[in-house]
Design a protein around this ligand. Structure first.
Ligand code: T46
Length: 134
């Protein structure tokens, strides 16, 4: 998989006078089965999260509230995505170095993941990542 596979995916948005409703179904709107959900919130201004890659994890990142950036790097090329819609999320394929920054105040980052948490799936060393990615 490559950086071009990492893309925004728009989810269904059902709107009426009561407001909006968006749903995500496992392996339907997003290209993997969901095994875990986590969310990041109360991020102090100027903070960064991430700065690692995953060997085999697929993820889907949504700005449930507010906005932030996800910067993806495949070892050669970097791409910055601005997330600010709760009906559109970023699919992140395995072997992408990711950094999250530019969090607005009160933002909530929800992540759907294809596997349970496993530290063995993380690559936290940049040089090792570049070696493995090339
Ligand atoms: C990613 C970005 C977007 C758990 O125990 N279970 C979990 O499911 C997760 C995600 C984390 N943790 C523990 C592991 C650490 O002791 O929570 C602590 C903080 O995790 P980390 O430093 O990895 O958090 P971030 O925000 O840097 O990265 C997280 C995800 O780990 C990562 O997969 O892509 O969000």
């Amino acid at each position: 998989m490559s950086l071009s596979d990492c893309r925004f995916i728009q989810m269904p948005k059902v709107s009426d006078v009561r407001g909006n409703l968006t749903y995500i179904e496992s392996n339907n709107q997003i290209p993997f089965d969901i095994r875990r959900v986590y969310y990041i919130y109360d991020v102090p201004g100027g903070s960064e999260r991430g700065s690692h890659a995953h060997r085999s994890l697929h993820q889907f990142v949504v700005a449930m509230s507010g906005s932030f950036d996800v910067v993806l790097h495949d070892g050669e090329t970097e791409k910055r995505f601005h997330l600010n819609r709760s009906y559109s999320g970023l699919y992140v394929c395995p072997m992408m170095w990711r950094t999250l920054d530019n969090f607005s105040s009160g933002s909530v980052c929800m992540v759907l993941a294809s596997e349970f948490y496993a530290e063995s799936d993380y690559i936290r060393d940049w040089d090792k990542f570049v070696d493995l990615a090339n």
